[in-house]
Design a protein around this ligand. Sequence first.
Ligand SMILES: NC(=O)c1ccc[n+]([C@@H]2O[C@H](COP(=O)([O-])OP(=O)(O)OC[C@H]3O[C@@H](n4cnc5c(N)ncnc54)[C@H](OP(=O)(O)O)[C@@H]3O)[C@@H](O)[C@H]2O)c1
Length: 328
Amino acid sequence: MKAVVLEKTCKANELEVSEVPIPEVKPDWVLVKVLGFGINRAEIVLRDYEADEDYIDLPVIPGIECVGEVVNPSNSRFDEGDIVVGLMGGMGRSFDGSYAEYALLPEKNLFKIPECVFGYLLMEEIISIPETYFTAFGSIKSLKLNKDDVILIRGATSAAGLSAMQLADAMGATVIATTRNEGKVANLLSNGANYVVIDDGNIEDKVKEICPDGVEKVLELVGPKTLQDSMNCLKKGGICCNTGILGGDEYISEFDPIKLIPNDRYLTSFFSNYPTQEIIDEMFMFIVENDIDPKIGKLFTDLEDIGHAHELMESNKAQGKIIFRLEK
Ligand SMILES: NC(=O)c1ccc[n+]([C@@H]2O[C@H](COP(=O)([O-])OP(=O)(O)OC[C@H]3O[C@@H](n4cnc5c(N)ncnc54)[C@H](OP(=O)(O)O)[C@@H]3O)[C@@H](O)[C@H]2O)c1
């Protein structure tokens, strides 16, 4: 089969497709034909520097998510022909992932896609959903978002941000979206944002021009770099969910919770590593019932374009999910 095999950290244009054996089935693992997969920041990080860490077992086929067809269910609960989502739990890091024609995945990381989805969404739309919408959906649940809330989505032009905006809009919440780039304002407004704020790293005053007491909820996708400013945008009782690290900082040095978290404001987070069938079903049903139209930034169909896909993500120009559809 064709696969992208990462032997060491490298630049996007150094990624290569190789010919490798189709993995052999073993108990509790399921062989899946990869129908398609989305590109994620985590895979950029892996290629760029994380592959040098001890806990990454090189060589590895990257790819933390896919949509696939079960070709050999082994002893699992799945049947041959089931269309499934493969997601996280070490996929593409501690065992081979989805940048390949076939993937051998642990049963616990596979989830059936509800039947009703197939009559409603195109296959490329389904491929764009798993990691991005699961992250957006989980973050919105962590935030306990409801229809009367104003939510500030920081890093809103990201695939996760655009998805969260659609989910929040469908729930009836008011959305303030941020971007650093004036050229992306129209796209945000057409995707469900009620207001757009240009993010120069310090937006508390601009947000309080819209909501003088602050906002009920913040989805922080830029991360630790802007978290203090985001916490300052909250009104009393408000919650901030730190889900992303787009700003490049993964940690807050000398984290002082007493100063960082203002009185009567709350800090939470979301980590997509623990999907369950129940929440995957709930997420797909929400998308279908609310007529959500997944936003695809770029569709590739040839694995040889993997370097171009990574370069596009690094350019910040996609404005939606970058996906590969391998099967016609
Ligand atoms: N917690 C989890 O389990 C989990 C799961 C999935 C993803 N994530 C994280 O969620 C974030 C979004 O992922 P994604 O794949 O949706 O991203 P993406 O689509 O690649 O995001 C692209 C956007 O990122 C913004 N951006 C890039 N560098 C930035 C910087 N230095 N400061 C502020 N904004 C910057 C750009 O916005 P503008 O140019 O418009 O400003 C660009 O439009 C990432 O940090 C990812 O690691 C976390």
